[in-house]
Write a new protein. Structure first.
Length: 284
């Protein structure tokens, strides 16, 4: 028998809660530590679709990257989605565990997995914001390809490895510019746009880039140099690593059935393609 407590211990060994950002809420969120676990579902988001999937699978544990209870709540009302999801999990005998920024900093976490899938050299990778107590780990990574490729080829490679989303892959930069040094931060990364390790890279791959920070970064690049930008869906950038986590959990607990969620939980579900006329000529 594998207990929830044993699995929580394994997860904390892989992703120590002490490595999480101070504002984060990681680790056990719901469940009886003494309960038996035979099936585990891994997902990016704790939302209705993944709770449905966990309960349909018969999982006793749902592990998500994003926290459900990140900020304090004052009730578990079931006419509010957080209360409704927690009630369904508890009634269904399914615990909830979060590995968020404590997983982001791990070499095999979301950003490291993106680099592996893109073919960025394993040697010489460097965290953008290292942990104070473990400088070999940290938020974001920079690394290099063995040989330069074009920005177009880089963006196409990104599109090939990421799960498809309505927003696709957005690019700012000359399609033919060479890319060798890559900076990457899975999830929302515009807070790192001005970091020296980012500004010295050829391209910065991240998610949730807002208009003004992206525009300012590109304008500065025209004046003093800086990276091209590649923006992907937040969900897509943090889904790839779940396969590696599943393998590590199976290795530590061979008796478990571990599955990666197949539900696309990106909040954007479709788009309408627009024409190619510049804005100034619309309506002419």
């Amino acid at each position: 028998m594998t207990s929830l407590r044993q699995l929580q211990s394994t997860l904390d060994a892989l992703f120590p809660e002490t490595d999480a950002e101070p504002w984060d809420a990681v680790g056990p969120a719901a469940g009886d530590p003494g309960a038996e676990v035979t099936r585990v579902l891994l997902a990016v988001d704790p939302v209705a679709a993944t709770v449905d999937e966990a309960l349909e699978f018969g999982a006793q544990l749902l592990v998500t990257h994003h926290p459900l209870v990140l900020r304090g709540i004052t009730s578990l009302r079931e006419d509010r989605y957080k209360g409704a999801l927690l009630a369904r999990l508890i009634r269904g005998g399914c615990a909830l565990h979060t590995a968020h920024t404590n997983a982001d900093v791990v070499e095999t976490g979301p950003t490291g997995t993106i680099f592996d899938r893109l073919g960025v050299n394993a040697d010489g990778r460097q965290p953008i914001e290292p942990l104070a107590n473990r400088p070999e780990r940290g938020i974001g990574l920079v690394g290099e390809f063995a040989e330069p490729i074009s920005l177009r080829d880089f963006a196409e490679r990104v599109a090939d490895v990421m799960p498809p989303t309505a927003g696709g892959v957005r690019v700012a930069g000359d399609p033919e510019q060479p890319v060798r040094r890559v900076a990457c931060c899975s999830g929302a990364g515009d807070s790192l746009l001005a970091h020296p390790l980012v500004t010295s890279a050829d391209v910065y791959l991240t998610s949730d880039l807002r208009h003004h920070p992206a525009s300012e970064a590109r304008e500065q690049a025209f004046v003093g140099g800086g990276p091209a930008l590649v923006d992907v869906a937040h969900f897509a950038s943090e889904w790839l690593w779940l396969g590696g986590l599943a393998e590590r959990l199976r290795a530590a607990h061979p008796e478990l059935e571990v599955r990666v969620s197949t539900r696309n939980t990106d909040p954007w579900t479709w788009q309408i393609p627009q024409g190619t006329k510049p804005a100034s000529s619309q309506g002419e």
